[in-house]
Structure formats: structure tokens, C-alpha cells
Design a protein. Structure first.
Length: 709
């Protein structure tokens, strides 16, 4: 582990000791959130981002070692593993280098070189490759002409020899790397339209496009790849052939004074065009795709984090409305705890006489603290009807447009059927919309992250990597906010450090069978929840109004004795200290520093004593759309509108201005200063003011500006 730690530390520019400590903690079964929050002294204060980078680097190292072992096993089975080859394989530090070293030994189809060897032309190929200054290619090749072996002429003999040499050159790792590097650094990426017309309009910007492969932005490359996958684009990467050939000839040590020089040049040219360039293009495209995936996933992570940490309305009753024009609006009232109270269908849109009077009567009777309206088809019209009903009811409560992305996925899920078994999926969707307003984090964890709709070409990236990275974001957000163990759903509990889906279900089952947990340590009574799991999860779980005041805070149970000592030193009880900011600020932290407890941990403890269980999310603020702008046709150039950021990409931000079609604020229009990344300026869920620059009704596109608003 020491060598691995040093390698990872060098790669990430971190302290080897800190990396070694982090890897040791992971090996002991510790989770990233736990290590970041409660083991700062051991890791030298590494934060969660750094810890995840270490975990990723270690996983890649393990995958590389597994691949190395598989290759060595295959070479051994083939009987070709020599000490020199073993040393070469052992020295490879990247997957590309490893695959290049293994390439000559991979099982493959019969090649032109194999056919030439069967015809006995290998000795002639060795003469060609040696580039001796003696002999003559024509004369030397004559002795290999043998019709019985399929060699009927000198030209056929030389062609076969060149095939062998071309394959030999193409199998050399140094030459493969040289061509791949040249294609990656200097190759031109081009996309052109195919004959397919269906869907071609979406990719017309790339119908005849060329740029340096090394400089193509990730979002543009993913767009081209999608066009290629849909059959409307063809993509190629090509270098300067003559320049690359000359580099290859120098690397292959062409002897221009040899009578074999021309044969060698032809063989090298064939190796380049037929074998090396296609392999290099595939590898460069794979690298471009990998980098584009990483950037797209990072964008998705940031957007998802912003949505998960969006301001919650809180524990109040909410009426949720899933808009519908033909079938009516599905309305569901949920209680302060999110339980379904009652539901009905009201026709609020698409009719001359919307049932706002019935809605007003319901509102007057139920008195919800807010109304959440889905932003799908009919959403703006439904929102306007709700506001009319609220005026008729004489109620001044917020009516808020809530994103429906993923709501249909949730409502049809097994989880939704378990939570709301006696109603159909449209009612589940309405209840889900209401709960999203109450607590976005608690409700969004019930939806697969990829279905929330805040990604950049999310369906085009590596699904396995995307799922893993988004799961990390959910885990991070859940543990940052903390979870009330007595009210949380299994879906929410499953993301708490150390718990997982099965144990989450057991916790809820225990809670239902035995009543609310009174103390954190009561969790040890749950089947399957042992001391190690308790260590990992306890600090992130909250118990309100329990018998231990610290259970409502982020102070870990392992520090309860320390806090009791602080309270004694201050002449008060722990209950009196928790939440008393004035007392907490008088704690002299230096007095409590020891080998296991440093100033960082003590500062966290004091912060929690000052504001126990503080929610890091912002206070809720309802967004406001213009009532006279409800359709795309209502939008005019020059309008200044209020909107909500729905998605942030590398090239700008998409903003919902209330017309069922998000507008784009290009990165150049985000601010009056240079912006290197849109995430510097905006985040998903943020309320913004925008100016309309252009409306394209045919393509349903709106160009917006924040700097001109």
C-alpha cells in the first residue's frame, strides 16, 4: 500500500502520509463522509473531494493490476511469456501502455501477414526489415517464387514480405504510441452529414464541420457522437499523413542507402494507413469520449448537488397538483410529515369554466401552507388557476412551480407502490410534487439520479461511471444535511454512510414495530447493525426530542464524554450547553487537544453546540413568473423575465421562464466579466433575471442574457 499511496499522492499532489492514512481507513471499512467529517486528524484534514479522488485513483490502480494479471495469465497460457516480456508488462503504468505491450499476442483473425508466413515469406521479410546494404530485392525475392505455395511472382513475394513487416511495425508499442500521440495532438476531427434526413436538422451545425481534435469541447464532441449514433453524421479523425509517415519512417530507422529502402517505405506506409491509423483513431476517439464523459458527469454532479441541496419549504402541509388538460389535474394534499391526507381530480385547464371554485372551497377547508404545481404540460395554466382560487379563498400562501422531472419514474416504481399502495400513479405523482416542495432532498433520493433531467448528454456517457458518481453526490448531500432517523424513508436512510438499502429497510421495520428511537445507541438493537456500522452512520442520524440532547446534533457519540467534560468545566449540564451559543463560544478548545482530537474536530464540535443540527441549505424563496408570458409565442425580444435555472452545462445555463421551453443563457452572456465555467455564476434551482435576445419559433429556441437583464 505504501508504494500505491506514494503514486497516488504524487498524482494528486497530496501528502503521502495523508493518502496512506485515507487508504488504511477505507481498508478498515470507513466511508468517505465519515472520514471527511470525523477522522480529520488521521488524514491531515483531507476534505471529501480529495478523499473521493484518492478512492477513484485507488480503484483505477486495482483495475490496472487486475488487467495486468489477466494479460500475464494469457501470455503464460500461450507459452510466450519471457522474462523480458514480463518486465515490460510490469513496467506499464497506464492502460494504453499495457494494451500496446499485449497487442502483438492477442488472439485475432487470420491476417495478410499470417498468410504470407504460411507461404514461407518470413525470411524475406526479415531481410527487408534488416535493411541490409547487400543484395537486391528483386533478385532475393526470386528464390521465394513457388506456385505450389501460392507465390506466382516476385511482386507477390515482395508484397507478402511487406505485409509481414507492416504487421511487425504496427505491433511495436513505441510506434503505436507515436502515431496515437500524433493523431491526438494534431489530428483534425471532421463530421459530415449522411444521406439520412430524419433528425438531421438537430445536427445541422455539424453537417460540415472540422476542428482540431485536441481542442474540441466535450459537449460538442458528445453532440457529434449522438448524431453519429443516430445515423445522421459520420465522424473521422485524420492527421497530416505525410508528416506522420516521415515521423514513422524515422522511428522505424529507415536506411535510405539500403537497396531495401523503397520496400521498407512501402511497408511502413501500409502499416500506417491500414493498421496504425485506424487503431490510433479508435484510441483517440475513446480518449476524447472518456474526457467528454468525465466533464459531462462533473456537470451532472454539480447540477444534481444544487437540486438536492435546494431550499426546503419545511414540515408544513402542501397541496400538490400534477397538471393535466384532457384528464384533469390530479391534486393530492399531504400533511406536515408528507403523508397523503386526501386527493381528487379537478379540471383547472383546457376548459372555459375551470373548477377554480371547487379548488377554492377545498383550500378554504384544508388550509395548506403552500401549493406545488408541476411544471409539465398545462403547468403554467394550472398555476394561474391556483392563484385565482387562492384569491377566491382569501388565502395568502405561495403557489410554486415545481419540476416534474423524474416524477413519472417515481410514481411507477415499487417504492411508490409501497409508500402509497391504495392510489393510482397519477395521485402518487401529485403527492411526490408536494413532497418535493417540502424537502427536495428527501424526495429526490427516491428518483434514479439519471431521471432528474439536469445532465449534459447524460444518455450518451458511460452509464456505469455516471451511476457511481451520481450515487456519490447523493451520499454526500444526504450526509451533509443529516437525516432524522424517526421520520426518514428507507430511500433516504439508504444513503447514510454505512447503511445501504437492506439495513435501511430493517431500521424502518424496527421503528414501526417498536416505536420511535429515543437514543442513537438504540440503533444497535436493529438486526444487522453492528458497532462498525454504528460508528459510520451515527453522526449523520438525528433524533429530535430524545433522551440525549447531543443526538439531535452532528456531534458523534464517540465525543459525548468530551462534551460532558466541557459542560462540567463550564459548570452546566450537557442539555444546558447544547444550543447555548454564548456558552459554547467560551470553550477554550486548546484545553481539549490530544492525540485523537485536534483543533479541527473541536471547532466542529463547538459549531454544533452553537447551532445543533443546523441545516446547511438556504431558506426557501418562491420564484415568480410573469402572468402574461405562458407560451413560447408570448416571448418577445427585449423582454426582461424572471426565471429559474434548470440545468447548467459547460457552454451555458438553461432557464425556465414559464413557457414549457427552457431558454439558453450562453456562457458569454452570463456576466459582464470573463467566465471560465458557468458554475462560477449560476447553479441549478437558482432564481435569475434574464433578457430575451432572440426567439426562434421554428426550432423552439430562446436565447437569453443575464448580463443585459
Amino acid at each position: 500500500m505504501s508504494d500505491v499511496a506514494s503514486t497516488i499522492a504524487s498524482l494528486l499532489q497530496l501528502s503521502p502520509g495523508a493518502v496512506r492514512a485515507a487508504l488504511a481507513l477505507f481498508d478498515e471499512g470507513s466511508t468517505v463522509p465519515f472520514v471527511a467529517r470525523y477522522r480529520r486528524e488521521r488524514t491531515g484534514g483531507l476534505d471529501e473531494v480529495q478523499l473521493r479522488q484518492i478512492a477513484d485513483a485507488h480503484r483505477q490502480h486495482v483495475e490496472l493490476q487486475d488487467r495486468r494479471s489477466a494479460i500475464l495469465k494469457a501470455l503464460t497460457e500461450q507459452g510466450v511469456l519471457t522474462d523480458a516480456l514480463r518486465a515490460t508488462i510490469a513496467a506499464c503504468q497506464t492502460r494504453s501502455a499495457l494494451e500496446d505491450a499485449y497487442a502483438p499476442y492477442k488472439k485475432r483473425r487470420k491476417t495478410r501477414a499470417d498468410n504470407a508466413k504460411e507461404k514461407g515469406l518470413e525470411p524475406l521479410a526479415e531481410l527487408l526489415l534488416a535493411q541490409t546494404r547487400r543484395g537486391n530485392p528483386i533478385t532475393d525475392a526470386t528464390s521465394y517464387v513457388d506456385p505450389s505455395k501460392g507465390v506466382t511472382s516476385v511482386d507477390e513475394a515482395l508484397a507478402g514480405a511487406r505485409d509481414i513487416v507492416a504487421e511487425t511495425l504496427a505491433s511495436r508499442p513505441t510506434l503505436r504510441s507515436l502515431v496515437r500521440q500524433d493523431v491526438g495532438d494534431h489530428g483534425m476531427l471532421s463530421s459530415s452529414a449522411t444521406k439520412k434526413t430524419e433528425g438531421a436538422d438537430d445536427f445541422r451545425d455539424y453537417a460540415d464541420h472540422t476542428e482540431r481534435a485536441a481542442r474540441v469541447p466535450s459537449h460538442r464532441y458528445l453532440a457529434m457522437c449522438r448524431g453519429e449514433a443516430e445515423g445522421v453524421l459520420t465522424i473521422k479523425i485524420r492527421p497530416d499523413l505525410e508528416r506522420t509517415l516521415q515521423q514513422l519512417l524515422r522511428a522505424a530507422k529507415l536506411d535510405r542507402g539500403s537497396p531495401w529502402a523503397e520496400q521498407m517505405r512501402q511497408a511502413t506506409d501500409d502499416a500506417l494507413r491500414r493498421l496504425l491509423l485506424p487503431a490510433a483513431e479508435r484510441r483517440v476517439r475513446a480518449i476524447l469520449k472518456e474526457h467528454a464523459d468525465d466533464e459531462a458527469i462533473e456537470v451532472f454532479q454539480r447540477n444534481l448537488e444544487a437540486l438536492l441541496l435546494a431550499a426546503p419549504l419545511g414540515g408544513v402541509s402542501v397541496l400538490g397538483i400534477d397538471p393535466g388538460i384532457r384528464t384533469g389535474c390530479k391534486c393530492a394534499l399531504v400533511s406536515e410529515t408528507g403523508a397523503l391526507v386526501e386527493h381528487q381530480v379537478l379540471h383547472l385547464v383546457g376548459r372555459k369554466d375551470p373548477q377554480t371554485d371547487r379548488l377554492a372551497a377545498w383550500l378554504s377547508r384544508a388550509r395548506p401552507a403552500a401549493v406545488a404545481v408541476g411544471n409539465g404540460t398545462g403547468g403554467r395554466e394550472a398555476l394561474a388557476a391556483v392563484r385565482t382560487a387562492l384569491r377566491e379563498a382569501g388565502m395568502d400562501v405561495p403557489a410554486v412551480s415545481v419540476s416534474e422531472s423524474g416524477a413519472s419514474i417515481y410514481s411507477a416504481s415499487e417504492l411508490a407502490r409501497q409508500e402509497l399502495p391504495d392510489v393510482d400513479l397519477t395521485v402518487r405523482s401529485a403527492a411526490h410534487i408536494a413532497r418535493r416542495l417540502q424537502d427536495p432532498l428527501a424526495e429526490l433520493v427516491k428518483v434514479p439520479p439519471g431521471s432528474i433531467g439536469v445532465g449534459q448528454y447524460q444518455h450518451d456517457v458511460d452509464d456505469k461511471k455516471l451511476t457511481r458518481k451520481l450515487s456519490e453526490v447523493v451520499e454526500s448531500c444526504v450526509n451533509r444535511v443529516g437525516v432524522d432517523v424517526n421520520t426518514a424513508s428507507p430511500a433516504l436512510l439508504a444513503h447514510v454512510a454505512g447503511i445501504g438499502p437492506k439495513l435501511a429497510e430493517r431500521i424502518v421495520a424496527h421503528r414501526q414495530a417498536n416505536g420511535a428511537f429515543r437514543r442513537r445507541r438504540d440503533l444497535l438493537d436493529v438486526q444487522g447493525l453492528g458497532k462498525k456500522t454504528f460508528e459510520q452512520c451515527a453522526g449523520f442520524l438525528r433524533i429530535r426530542d430524545g433522551s440525549e440532547p447531543l443526538d439531535a446534533s452532528a456531534v458523534h457519540p464517540e465525543r459525548y464524554k468530551l462534551v460532558a467534560r466541557m459542560a462540567r468545566d463550564l459548570g452546566c449540564s450537557v442539555a444546558e450547553l447544547v444550543g447555548d451559543a454564548a456558552k459554547a463560544r467560551t470553550i477554550q478548545m486548546d484545553r481539549y487537544v490530544d492525540e485523537d482530537t485536534g483543533l479541527q474536530t473541536l471547532a466542529d464540535i463547538v459549531g454544533e453546540l452553537t447551532k445543533p443540527g443546523r441545516d446547511p441549505r438556504q431558506a426557501f424563496e418562491a420564484p415568480a413568473f410573469r402572468d402574461d408570458v405562458q407560451e413560447l409565442s408570448d416571448v418577445r425580444e427585449g423582454m426582461v423575465l424572471h426565471g429559474v435555472v434548470t440545468n447548467v452545462t459547460n457552454f451555458g445555463a438553461f432557464v425556465d421562464v414559464g413557457v414549457h421551453q427552457d431558454g439558453l443563457v450562453h456562457i458569454s452572456q452570463l456576466a459582464d466579466r470573463y467566465v471560465s465555467s458557468p458554475h462560477e455564476v449560476v447553479s441549478a434551482g437558482q432564481s435569475v433575471k434574464v433578457k430575451v435576445l432572440e426567439v426562434d419559433l421554428d426550432r423552439r429556441r430562446i436565447s437569453l442574457s443575464m448580463k443585459q437583464a
